[in-house]
Design a protein around this ligand. Structure first.
Ligand code: AHR
Length: 534
């Protein structure tokens, strides 16, 4: 069997799908809770970058494109179906170049500003005045907070630490949260359309402060962080501060920050709500989002699975100082990041057309977060629209959802459930990277329980083999079940503006017997089961 897998992998991108079925075994332990699956684990991220804001979110109030006070209506409608969650804004690296005052007030008085990303990649080919290079600031704090309200999401604002002092951060908090009539900033907020305070709870203190956020050392960053979060006026809304955490496996950044904070005083870590790990699994092969080989496919899934050891190891490092684990992880940037060779518009910096491969990465990653619901309090996929692991593609009046969107939609049944321990067993997949044998798990997933409903999600990582899977529940009996599957004609399957429903969820047969469930998972698929238990 191993030889057979190896040959399939070596055959290249369009190897025929075989009907061979391996065996998978899933065990769900309903009496072994892990933690609540917060809807914030399925959070999002918007940055003033490429086509994210202008094109993706903001079309303008006078636009012929259907909009709600300037925000693309199709996006609002699609986001509403995903259920309440959290959205991070305005960056990313952009946040540490941004003065929030540029994005408030009458739009004709807002300054045009050279965007942080203006001279990056494909944007260099565009005129200096292009909206992605010269930001008109039409979308700012009020517009973002209205968008969050429309989709019932918690806003998460990232403050500028590199190029503005703490005072500007305090003013931003005052502008957003101070009571009506309590001061000039509250009066300005009212004059500009929003009299009631927004009560923003989540605040990021800088972004990637080890890099674009200032090239600081963890020691230097801990000083900045303390200045920003000490005696921050809160106007009756407790603030949850998210510190700029490590880049992938940089354990020295985690250790250095936590040690410095505790060295100042043992209670100092109480001021940190979330520790913002960033991990991009990146790209493989030539980096194209659609044109990839079997080898590229498995390599990228393997890299996506590195999220799990990153969570465990940063958690252990945090625990060296924060023994009670008061601080949780906020993985506020993650995703597969292909080259922009398939971007749907010339200004969609870091944009590409995602395929079923990206859907599998989304499933693997969200399942990892569920399995660590005791450690991860928030996670934000990068980014919501027209960028990196995007959920949507938008260009002018054209709009479609990606396979990653469908995974978020299927997985919303986990929201507010109790994640429970589960085991996923199947023969490993053998593949080769430059002639060197590698292996990868074939089956992964997560389970949660909410009252009499168990939600189980799972990914079959094989590019061409179905998986005959049995599921046993320990702690309750299955009464009935239904299953939904996301699979394409190939692992390269994707949606386009012309064919927006090429990849979409479908029903999947599942049989229920006294001791469990049986189903056949198609190759390269994401499956969700909803099981009534009694
Ligand atoms: O998401 C794109 C960029 O990736 C963000 O601005 C930055 O934080 C990260 O490096």
């Amino acid at each position: 069997m191993q030889r057979r897998h190896f040959l399939a992998a070596a055959a290249g991108a369009f190897a025929p799908r075989s009907s061979y079925a391996a065996q998978g075994d899933i065990r769900v332990f309903l009496n072994e809770p892990i933690g609540t699956v917060s809807p914030w684990l399925h959070g999002h991220f918007l940055e003033h970058l490429g086509g994210v804001i202008y094109d993706g979110v903001w079309v303008g109030e006078g636009s012929k494109i259907a909009n709600i006070r300037g925000v693309r209506k199709a996006l609002v409608d699609a986001m509403k179906t995903l259920g309440p969650t959290v959205v991070r804004y305005p960056g990313g690296c952009f946040a540490d170049s941004y003065d929030w005052r540029d994005g408030v007030g009458p739009s004709n008085t807002r300054p045009r500003k050279n965007n942080f990303w203006a001279n990056s990649g494909i944007l260099r080919k565009l005129p200096d005045s292009h909206v992605s290079r010269s930001d008109p600031n039409s979308f700012g704090t009020n517009e973002f907070l209205r968008f969050c309200k429309l989709i019932q999401a918690e806003p998460y604002l990232a403050a500028n630490v590199r190029s503005l002092p703490a005072r500007d951060f305090y003013d931003w908090v005052e502008y957003c949260n101070s009571p009506k009539g309590s001061g000039t900033l509250a009066e300005k907020r009212a004059a500009w359309g929003d009299p009631e305070p927004w009560n923003v709870r989540f605040w990021g203190v800088g972004n990637e402060s080890w890099g674009c956020g200032g090239n600081l050392t963890p020691e230097e960053y801990s000083v900045e962080f303390r200045k920003f979060v000490s005696w921050t006026p809160n106007y009756g809304q407790p603030l949850s501060m998210i510190a700029a955490g490590p880049n992938g496996a940089d354990y020295n950044w985690s250790r250095g920050f936590f040690q410095q904070m505790a060295r100042k005083s043992p209670g100092m870590l109480n001021r940190v709500w979330g520790w913002g790990l960033h991990y991009y699994c990146g790209r493989t092969g030539k980096g194209d989002s659609i044109d990839f080989t079997v080898q590229d496919f498995y390599e990228l899934l393997e890299r996506a699975n590195r999220m799990e050891p990153l969570i465990r190891q940063h958690w252990d490092v945090m625990g060296e100082t924060d023994r009670e684990h008061r601080v949780k992880l906020a993985i506020d940037e993650w995703g597969a990041w292909h080259h922009d060779t398939t971007a749907v518009a010339p200004h969609h910096l870091f944009g590409s057309v995602p395929t079923m491969r990206d859907a599998l990465i989304a499933g693997l990653t969200l399942d990892t977060f569920h399995r660590h619901a005791d450690k991860v309090a928030m996670a934000n996929v990068a980014q919501l629209v027209n960028c990196i692991q995007t959920l949507f593609l938008a260009d002018g009046d054209r709009f479609c959802v990606t396979p990653t969107y469908h995974v978020f939609d299927m997985y919303k049944d986990h929201h507010n459930g109790q994640a429970v321990r589960s085991e996923f067993a199947a023969p490993r997949i053998d593949y080769a990277v430059e002639g060197k044998g590698q292996s990868l798990v074939r089956l992964a997933g997560s389970a949660s329980r909410n009252g009499s409903v168990v939600t189980l999600s799972a990914v079959n990582l094989s590019h061409n083999e179905t998986l005959e899977t049995s599921v046993s529940l320990h702690g309750a009996k299955a009464r009935s079940a239904n299953a939904t599957v996301l699979a394409g004609a190939s692992m390269q399957a994707h949606n386009t503006f012309a064919a927006p429903a090429t990849v979409k969820p479908a029903g999947l047969q599942v049989s229920v017997s006294g001791d469990g469930l049986r189903l056949t998972m198609p190759a390269a698929s994401v499956v969700k089961l909803r099981v009534e238990v009694g």
